[in-house]
Write a protein that binds this ligand. Structure first.
Ligand SMILES: Nc1ncnc2c1ncn2[C@@H]1O[C@H](COP(=O)(O)OP(=O)(O)OP(=O)(O)O)[C@@H](O)[C@H]1O
Ligand SMILES: [Mg+2]
Ligand SMILES: [Zn+2]
Length: 250
């Protein structure tokens, strides 16, 4: 605890600074660090992403990845002033979307912003369980957190079976946050036709007559949620760098 260790403020969280002959109180660094640490705990970043930062993200020799990284660093510097307020990272599995989104989250947490990581699939399950009186969680807690968190990281958007309920739920979360100008940082590997994402892809086995029809973002979250998401987010299309997980194993 800082209360016992900080020699600068003797645990008060404040230091006295002299400026132009006047003395005033200033928040001690230890208090800021403690705030960041508390925010980090509450952000609930899953353990397999906890090490994801900008400084361990490789550009893999890709100029596009370097550009994206630079853009995201500026986004963090300008936060919360930038426009539009959110980010949507679209790209193939293993291209580094979650790594970059979590790197942004770590920066924003260090800057003192309240951020929450949620896995899309898990969020929907928790919201549904919120309606179940037998679940331990207070009713609607997960839903309210998704609405009210200062910054919401929605990881793997669209990775859930589509139902009317899912579409309505994601639309209401995104609409609310859009109306309140609360940033959403989302990742998805679903293609978006207007973003140049391909909806039809040849299967890797090379059989020329067989095609894999990919489900699009619109089909999974609905037109209204997609439209608002595009309005409130900078769209970042990841380059086709291949799956890092596969490359790392070689
Ligand atoms: N450019 C990179 N430099 C360093 N590590 C990377 C890079 N890209 C990906 N990784 C690592 O590879 C793994 C997969 O990356 P990540 O989870 O970010 O992929 P993703 O694009 O979110 O994939 P998915 O669509 O499957 O969720 C992670 O462990 C991540 O840290
Ligand atoms: Mg991911
Ligand atoms: Zn102190």
């Amino acid at each position: 605890m800082a209360e016992e260790t900080c020699a600068l403020c003797h645990g008060t969280g404040w230091t006295i600074v002299e400026k132009d002959g006047l003395s005033g109180a200033q928040r001690c660094n230890c208090a800021l660090e403690e705030r960041s640490a508390a925010l980090l705990r509450r952000a609930r970043i899953p353990s397999n992403y906890r090490q994801d930062h900008f400084d361990n993200f490789s550009d893999r020799g890709s100029a596009d990845l370097r550009t994206i990284q630079g853009m995201l660093l500026r986004y963090c510097q300008d936060f919360p002033a930038g426009e539009p307020p959110g980010l949507l990272l679209i790209g193939e599995p293993g291209s580094g979307k979650t790594h970059l989104a979590v790197a942004v989250l770590h920066r924003l947490l260090e800057q003192g912003h309240e951020c929450v990581f949620v896995d899309y699939q898990n969020l929907l399950e928790r919201i549904r369980a919120g309606y179940d009186p037998l679940s331990g969680e207070s009713p609607r807690a997960a839903y309210e957190e998704a609405l009210e968190a200062e910054v919401l990281l929605l990881d793997d958007l669209g990775a859930h079976r589509v139902t009317d309920w899912v579409e309505d739920t994601v639309t209401s979360i995104i609409t609310y946050r859009c109306n309140e100008r609360k940033p959403v940082i989302a990742t998805t590997n679903l293609p978006d036709a207007e973003m140049g994402g391909t909806l039809i892809e040849r299967l890797p086995d090379g059989a020329p007559a067989r095609y894999d029809i990919k489900t699009s973002l619109v089909e999974k979250i609905g037109m209204r949620a997609r439209s608002r998401l595009f309005e409130m987010c900078r769209i970042i299309r990841m380059p086709r760098v291949g799956d890092y997980r596969v490359a790392a194993r070689r």
